[in-house]
Every structure is written in structure tokens, then in C-alpha cells.
Design a protein around this ligand. Structure first.
Ligand SMILES: Cc1ncc(C[n+]2csc(CCOP(=O)(O)OP(=O)(O)O)c2C)c(N)n1
Ligand SMILES: [Mg+2]
Length: 319
């Protein structure tokens, strides 16, 4: 597939923004400035960036609890994301939601649900809405993890989407662990793409660390979903960061983590861009520096924002 220089630049920028954002969150966490919890997707950037850049702005996207990279790529305001994580009134949820509830319905990004698997069902709801309104150039996309793919709700969503031919694209981000559990311990057959077969859906299993392979696959999948109905894409990757705020990595070896650091999607993409003389190292460094600055500005913005007022505690409460 042909790609423009602008697309390469977007991919490079978004992957760097995601990595910088998360490294900064990790730092703020270690300083005790982040309340609640957060899940980092260091090493998984190509899954979000390659997938979401292949979609159209009007497409609905449901993310995961490990979704900073998904939110950044979809275009959620980074200052407001950081403010949310630092529990400020200028945050995307006015500082009341935190990392897992970053969402922006105005740009069709619905974020995560704390109950794993349920986003797949909600995504079917979005698919039904597209179908009922006869919208011709819009699909609904849901990301979920390998661990979540064992949830009954995901199978229900597969069934509903396929029996009603909904314009839904299921994207499984297989980072090979659900918390500390390797997939081989909870799945007889670890080829998650086969799970589409009983539902009559096509599926693909791809290298989720290669942003171009992800982009091309999702671009084609979008076309398929628009004219035929649901599809499953499994993006195979690895979570370099720990599961959540405390993770002693007791369930995996340093050697394993280091081997995957070598396969880092950002490192891989830099090599591709430089080897093919599309960008120089200096040009890439400059864009990475811009990303770093944007994240530092976001931290300043968040730190200078007011905390939510106690008077607003019952506002935006629905249940
Ligand atoms: C229904 C449900 N069960 C358990 C949990 C607790 N939990 C939060 S994240 C997680 C692991 C999920 O693994 P996976 O879907 O592979 O995503 P990853 O964390 O690897 O990105 C678990 C078990 C939950 N939030 N919801
Ligand atoms: Mg996982």
C-alpha cells in the first residue's frame, strides 16, 4: 500500500506523543501526584496509532483501560487528558474519572469501561445506530485485550454483530498477558483469530509492532466491514510496562522483557524511515523533541489548573 510522507510523520509523532505521555504519567505517579490507578501501554503504541490513523474521523472508537495511546491518536486534547490524570477541573471528565475514563464523545471516542469485555457490546450498540441511520461511510471499532477476549460479553458481541451484520470492527490487542497470567494458561489454542470462525466472521492475526502492517490491515478491514459486516483483527504485541501501578514483574523474566524492548515499535519504525531514506535521524529527533515539549506543556497546563470544587460533587452523577 502507498503511504504519504504526511502519514509517516503523523505515525511517528503520535507514537512519540504516546510514549512521552506515558513516561511522564509514570514519573508523576512515582512522585505521588496521581491518585487512583493507571495502565500504561509502553510497547503497544503501533496497535493504536496504526489502527486509528487507518480509520476516518467519523468512526466510533471504544478503547481499553490501557488506552492513552488510543485517545491520543483519536485526537483527544492532550492538556485535558493530563489534567484528568492529575484530577483537575479542566480534565476531560472534570477531574472525576481519571486515567481509565478518558473519553471525548465530540470526536467519537468513548474510552474504556472498567468491566472488561462490555465495550464490545456497547460497540454493537453503536453499530446498530449506524445501520438504523443508514450511514454509509462510518464504522464502529472496539479494542479489547487477549485476557478480555475470554469474557462472555465478547462472544455475545461477536454473535450479535455477525447475526445482524453490523458495521463493527473488533480489534484484539494481544500483549500475551492478562495481568500476570500468560495467555497459554487460560487458552487451549492461543490463536485468538480462530475465535471468529464459529461466528462466520473473517479474521486476521498480524504483527502489532509494525505500524505499517497494522495500518494496511485496518484500512482493508474498514472497507470489508463497510460493505460486508463484522471482522476480527488480532494485533500481536507486548506490554513492556507493568500491568498497573504496582507490578514486580514476578511472572516474567528480564530477558523476555529485554527481547521485546529490541522489537519496540518506535525503534522499528525509526529504522524503516531512515533505511528507506524517508526521514533523517535528525528530522525524527526534532519531531520527537516536539512531542516531548507538547507533553511538558500538558503537565504545566494540568498543574496550573484548579482542582474540582466540592460544590460540584453531585454534578454529572447519573446513578
Ligand atoms: C470483568 C472483569 N474482570 C476482571 C477485571 C480486572 N482486570 C482489570 S485489567 C485485567 C487484565 C486484562 O487483560 P487484557 O484484556 O489482556 O488487557 P491488558 O491489561 O493486557 O491490556 C483484569 C483481569 C475487570 N476489570 N473486569
Ligand atoms: Mg493482555
Amino acid at each position: 500500500m502507498e503511504h504519504s510522507k504526511e502519514l509517516y510523520e503523523q505515525m511517528w509523532l503520535k507514537m512519540n506523543l504516546s510514549r512521552e505521555f506515558e513516561e511522564e504519567v509514570q514519573w508523576l505517579f512515582s512522585k505521588g501526584l496521581v491518585h487512583g490507578t493507571t495502565h500504561l501501554g509502553v510497547g503497544e503504541e503501533a496497535t493504536a496509532v496504526g489502527s486509528i490513523l487507518a480509520l476516518k474521523a467519523q468512526d466510533y472508537v471504544f478503547g481499553t483501560h490501557r488506552g492513552h495511546n488510543q485517545a491520543i491518536t483519536k485526537g483527544v486534547n492532550i492538556n485535558h487528558m493530563m489534567a484528568e490524570i492529575l484530577a483537575r477541573a479542566t480534565g476531560v471528565c472534570k477531574g472525576k474519572g481519571g486515567s481509565m475514563h478518558i473519553a471525548d464523545p465530540d470526536i467519537h471516542y468513548f474510552g474504556a469501561d472498567g468491566v472488561l469485555g462490555t465495550s464490545a457490546v456497547m460497540c454493537c450498540g453503536a453499530g446498530i445506530s449506524i445501520k438504523k441511520k443508514k450511514e454509509e461511510d462510518r464504522i464502529a471499532v472496539v479494542f479489547f485485550g487477549d485476557g478480555s477476549s475470554n469474557e462472555g460479553a465478547v462472544f455475545e458481541a461477536f454473535n450479535l454483530a455477525s447475526v445482524w451484520n453490523l458495521p463493527v470492527l473488533f480489534i484484539c490487542v494481544n500483549n500475551t498477558y492478562g495481568m500476570s497470567t500468560p495467555i497459554a494458561k487460560v487458552m487451549k489454542d492461543t490463536d485468538i483469530s480462530k475465535r471468529a470462525i464459529p461466528f462466520g466472521m473473517p479474521s486476521k492475526s498480524i504483527n502489532g509492532n509494525n505500524v505499517l502492517e497494522v495500518y494496511d490491515t485496518i484500512k482493508e478491514a474498514r472497507e470489508y466491514v463497510l460493505s460486508n459486516g463484522p471482522m476480527l483483527v488480532v494485533e500481536n504485541t507486548y506490554r513492556i510496562s507493568g500491568h498497573s501501578k504496582s507490578d514486580g514483574n514476578l511472572y516474567r523474566t528480564k530477558e523476555e522483557i529485554n527481547a521485546w524492548k529490541e522489537k519496540c515499535p518506535i525503534k522499528y519504525f525509526r529504522k524503516f524511515l531512515v533505511d528507506n531514506k524517508l526521514f533523517t535521524d535528525e528530522e525524527l529527533d526534532q519531531i520527537a523533541e516536539d512531542a516531548k515539549n507538547q507533553i511538558q506543556e500538558a503537565v504545566e497546563y494540568a498543574k496550573n489548573s484548579p482542582e474540582p470544587s466540592v460544590d460540584d460533587i453531585y454534578e454529572d452523577v447519573y446513578a
